[in-house]
Design a protein around this ligand. Structure first.
Ligand code: ACO
Length: 329
């Protein structure tokens, strides 16, 4: 596929309410020390009752469209990655379309690849654009995980947060810039490792499903940790090899923000210092599909990304999904 699709603008949205580790220690049996040592997380943003995923997504998308110096009328494709949609149907992408007044000719749909969702959405959108059907795509990662967390389960509720990030894609005016490539895959593993068991057709909502707290995130953290380390390094190495690059040619690695220890292990594997990684999980926790586009937007707005540089995006998520992408700015 020719590397002709570029990121024209980025945006992100974090709900204003911030919940610190100390706040959580008042709700469950945990401590700031435990959470910081095991994960690197210090605080997270939590959305309010009237801030569904679509609202966070629309705010991030609106910022990305403005950053691209476009209007909603220019968008003809919306791909929204989420595991926490407003509803099973209709798609959260259609809610964003309605909120922003995006054209009725736009193709709008949700995509679920858990925390790798944004990279999957990026590749799907750029492939559709490369086929010539769309001029400007909105690619969004948005989550309101707080609605799916068991606030009595200290092993999961301390890890996640809410937020959204978005990019606008367009055609490149100069060759050699833009999304150089994506590498995506999945290992269909035992879902009990990481899942929200209730609410689908396997375990529809019932008194039993509510009583057994099946509508919340369940995770076997230690197993996921080991898999995450392996697939993140694999996805990073594979895409570098595919493009004939070495890790030291990458200016910034923008990893999925799940756990600082996972990122540190990736840094060792790539023989890169940690200061070449964009890290903001201390302030956001794990926002699943929103984590990479939020980190990307923060880095761009802080002036940390410069023309000509190459960024490596890399993620893993429930499934187990994994992926990486290379972008030349
Ligand atoms: N506060 C205090 N103690 C806790 C807490 C907490 N919040 N949570 C668990 N513990 C206890 C456990 O009960 C256990 O106690 P025990 O030894 O008496 O049984 C002890 O701490 C150690 O628990 P472990 O699970 O072994 O701790 P570990 O060092 O593995 O860290 C963690 C746990 C942080 C969850 C880690 O395994 C991890 O980060 N895993 C990856 C998770 C991840 O990245 N998930 C995102 C997936 S991406 C997606 O798609 C959503």
């Amino acid at each position: 596929m020719p590397s002709s699709i570029v990121i024209l603008g980025t945006g992100s949205c974090a709900p204003t309410k911030i919940v610190s580790n100390h706040d959580l220690a008042k709700v469950v049996d945990t401590s700031d020390e435990w959470i910081v040592t095991r994960t690197g997380i210090r605080e997270r943003h939590i959305a309010g009752q009237h801030e569904p995923t679509s609202e966070l997504a629309a705010r991030a998308a609106s910022a990305a469209i403005a950053d691209a110096r476009l209007t909603a009328a220019d968008i003809d494709l919306v791909v929204l990655a989420t595991v926490t949609p407003d509803m099973p149907m209709p798609s959260t992408a259609c809610a964003v379309q309605r909120k922003l007044g995006i054209s009725e000719r736009a193709m709008c749909f949700d995509l679920n690849a858990a925390c790798t969702g944004f990279l999957y959405a990026l590749d799907v959108a750029r492939s559709l654009m490369a086929a010539g059907h769309h001029r400007h795509a909105l690619v969004i990662g948005a989550e309101k995980l707080s609605s799916f967390l068991d606030w009595q389960d200290r092993s999961t509720c301390v890890l996640f947060g809410d937020g959204a990030g978005a990019v606008v894609l367009g055609q490149a005016s100069e060759p050699g810039r833009g999304i150089l490539g994506c590498y995506l895959g999945a290992e269909g593993v035992d879902p009990s490792l990481l899942c929200i068991p209730g609410g689908g057709c396997l375990h529809p909502a019932s008194a039993h499903s509510v009583e057994h707290r099946q509508h919340y995130v369940k995770m076997k953290g230690r197993e996921i940790f080991k898999m995450a380390v392996r697939v993140m390094a694999g996805a990073a190495r594979e895409i570098l090899e595919q493009h004939g690059l070495t890790a030291d040619q990458i200016t910034w690695v923008i990893p999925h923000q799940a756990n600082l220890r996972i990122i540190e292990t990736l840094a060792k594997d790539l023989a890169l210092p940690l200061d070449r990684f964009i890290i903001n999980l201390d302030r956001y926790g794990n926002t699943s599909s929103a984590s990479i586009p939020i980190a990307l937007d923060e880095a761009r707005r802080a002036g940390r990304i410069h023309p000509g540089e190459i960024s490596l995006l890399v993620a893993f998520g429930g499934g187990l999904t994994y992926g990486s992408a290379l972008i030349r700015w």
